[in-house]
Write a new protein. Structure first.
Length: 239
């Protein structure tokens, strides 16, 4: 089967006029599941195109994708992978329509990214849980390699937090510890990286299903002399 992306789905990086994009995405394995996290800022150079984007997309109920790079490229790759997985499930009588093998999804994503590496600007993370291998995280950076790992980081904000993550990472974290660790890491990246910002989105996946959270800026721990963020809107009036 040819997993090449149709020409209309690819974006020529040379046509972007040299505009850089930025983000912070990451995922980690904990004792019984995985946590995926991302900021919500979509930037085009110094301009913030979207301050509340969602960079964690569902492939199936048990497998999700974190996306960095060109938003258009990664959205189309995710849609293409989702379509392939749906076709695969329809051809198998024993397959659960809402579930997928995490490694299969990662391999499909890797093949599309690798075979179209000259057309796409796409760095992705696949995370999920299945009954065969349990919780799994796969990094698929620019160029289309495939790296199974206990935790991985992507996007422009990742460069600022690699040292902190290496120093504080520990095997066998509980769900609460993993969610707090990912939240803290992305909060630090938002502090340091001007291309990362907005809210922090988390997706937690285990054998019971998936849970999605959104943490507003006033819930982030302050660092490095940051000014406190005031609550706005309906929540602030009710508080």
């Amino acid at each position: 089967m040819d997993y090449g992306v149709p020409p209309e789905l690819g974006v020529d990086p040379s046509a972007s006029g040299g505009i850089s994009t930025g983000t912070t995405i990451m995922a980690c394995v904990y004792d019984g599941g995985v946590v995926l996290g991302a900021d919500s800022r979509t930037s085009t150079g110094v301009y913030v195109a979207n301050r509340a984007s969602d960079k964690i997309s569902s492939v199936t109920d048990n497998v999700w994708m974190c996306r960095s790079g060109s938003a258009a490229d990664t959205q189309n790759v995710c849609a293409y992978v989702k379509n392939l997985v749906d076709q695969h499930n329809m051809e198998r009588s024993d397959a659960d329509p809402g579930m997928a093998d995490v490694k299969l999804v990662a391999n499909l994503t890797m093949q599309i990214a690798y075979k179209n590496k000259d057309k796409l600007s796409a760095g992705m993370i696949i995370g999920g849980w299945d009954s065969k291998r349990g919780p799994q995280v796969y990094g698929i950076p620019l160029g289309g390699s495939l790296l199974p790992c206990p935790f991985t980081i992507g996007g422009s904000g990742g460069a600022y937090i690699y040292g902190w993550c290496d120093d504080t990472w520990k095997e066998g974290m509980s769900r609460e510890e993993a969610e707090a660790w990912v939240t803290r890491a992305i909060s630090l990246a938002i502090t340091m990286d001007s291309s990362s910002g907005g809210v922090i989105r988390l997706v937690t996946i285990d054998d019971k299903g998936c849970n999605k959270q959104m943490l507003e800026p006033y819930k982030h721990l302050m660092t490095y002399g940051e000014l406190p963020v005031k609550r706005v809107g309906v929540d602030a009036m009710a508080a």
